[in-house]
Design a protein around this ligand. Structure first.
Ligand code: NAD
Ligand code: TYD
Length: 355
């Protein structure tokens, strides 16, 4: 079986759902269920013997030791993290705790488990660390996209904590021989995305007739990848990636934020027209995020060359599926909104007067 951490979050839940659909191998899903963890995303797995959920913290060493001894995973796929840049600016402590100390504790528990495996299982074992392109810092408009050799230049507390975790994973391979692989992926979007991040926030706000807050001039560029493509990349790297290597994962899909928001508005105009007029009327420019990275771009040629992985979705197909999903899953959205999410949004946006 495989141990997945953070499998109740956005990408982790998509990964677990895809894994259970495609493989007979069971998944042990360890997630602390912070505000971002949502078991409703895994509702379709209720009663499925190939999915076992445990609520717990990756920084809880005794729990990790117990789970490793009981389930003897042949791989760990590590998603669990604090993941929202704006939250990291308001409260960096939780990011250090989970992303740095939590990853450290998970590495140590994994190393203890791995060390006592028989030789063949030891050689086949993998620790897959799921990371972000944000560790590389920010690009100028004409700069080449990030390769795996790009220096780490993290600019936010979130990206600094992820960069620290990448370094720990690297060191545990070089020093202890733990068989690790790391993926650094660009911005994901798709089903089960918590509506504090750009795309789902714009969809749910537009549907509610609320303002669509665009930070600064809206010209910041991100590379966008449909979440199912990220999950397929992780499966490939886990199965065939070279131990000790990092692989960049991206969608070849750079777009400025304002264009993303306009696309969401146009799709909603088509799929759910509003009597009040085009959804783009709700676009509101607000004060910029402090230290806001201007541009991320991923050079994903290594994973294509070595493993033959390429994204299946274009942005046009992926964003259409995503908007459709949010329209078809109003209950999921409503339940998220009735929880702690509402308080967070109030704190976050009351401090951002219109620019
Ligand atoms: P998310 O915030 O939606 O989910 C994180 C999950 O981790 C939640 O279910 C949460 O309950 C759990 N968690 C948090 N702290 C924990 C702890 N101490 N112990 C156990 N579980 C804990 O995040 P996501 O967007 O799904 O991102 C998953 C991973 O992918 C993260 O490591 C993130 O850095 C990375 N990543 C995300 C993106 C993106 O665009 N979302 C892009 C590249 C990489
Ligand atoms: P986000 O989804 O938070 O991802 P990240 O910061 O990790 O890239 O934000 C994506 C981009 O959208 C980023 O440049 C910040 C911007 N943004 C807005 O303009 N308005 C918003 O309300 C949010 C949440 C993000």
């Amino acid at each position: 079986m495989i141990l997945v951490t953070g499998g109740a979050g956005f990408i982790g839940a998509n990964f677990v759902l895809d894994w259970v659909a495609a493989s007979a191998e069971p998944v042990l899903n360890l997630d602390a269920l912070t505000y971002a963890g949502n078991l409703e995303s895994l509702g379709s797995l209720a009663g499925n013997p190939r999915h076992r959920f445990v609520q717990g913290d990756i920084a809880d060493r005794p729990l990790l030791d117990r789970l490793m001894a009981e389930h003897r995973p042949r791989a760990v796929v590590h998603f669990a993290a604090e993941s929202h840049v704006d939250r990291s600016i308001h409260g960096p402590g939780a990011f250090i705790k989970t992303n740095v100390e939590g990853t450290f504790t998970l590495l140590e528990a994994t190393r203890a488990h791995w060390a006592q495996l028989p030789a063949t299982e030891k050689a086949a074992f993998r620790f897959h660390h799921v990371s972000t392109d944000e560790v590389y810092g920010s690009l100028g408009p004409g700069d080449p996209a990030f390769t795996e050799a790009h220096p780490f230049e993290p600019n936010s507390p979130y990206s600094a904590s992820k960069a620290a975790s990448d370094h720990l994973v690297r060191a545990w391979h070089h020093t202890y021989g733990l068989p690790v692989v790391t993926t650094n992926c660009s911005n994901n979007y798709g089903p089960y995305h918590f509506p504090e991040k750009l795309i789902p926030l714009m969809i749910v706000n537009a549907l509610a007739g609320k303002p669509l807050p665009v930070y600064g001039d809206g010209q910041q560029v991100r590379d966008w990848l449909y979440v199912k493509d990220h999950c397929s990349a992780i499966r490939e790297v886990l199965a065939r990636g070279r131990v000790g290597e990092t692989y960049n994962v991206g969608g070849w899909n750079e777009k400025p934020n304002i264009e993303i928001v306009q696309t969401v508005c146009a799709l909603l105009d088509e799929m759910r027209p509003s009597a009040a007029g085009p959804h783009a009327r709700l676009i509101t420019f607000v004060a910029d995020r402090p230290g806001h990275d201007r541009r991320y771009a991923i050079d994903a040629r290594k994973i294509e060359r070595e493993l033959g992985w390429k994204p299946a979705e274009t942005f046009e197909t992926g964003i259409r599926k995503t908007v459709r999903w949010y329209l078809d899953n109003a209950d999921w959205v409503a339940h998220v909104q009735s929880g702690a999410y509402r308080d967070w949004v109030a704190t976050q946006y009351s401090e951002r007067a219109s620019a």
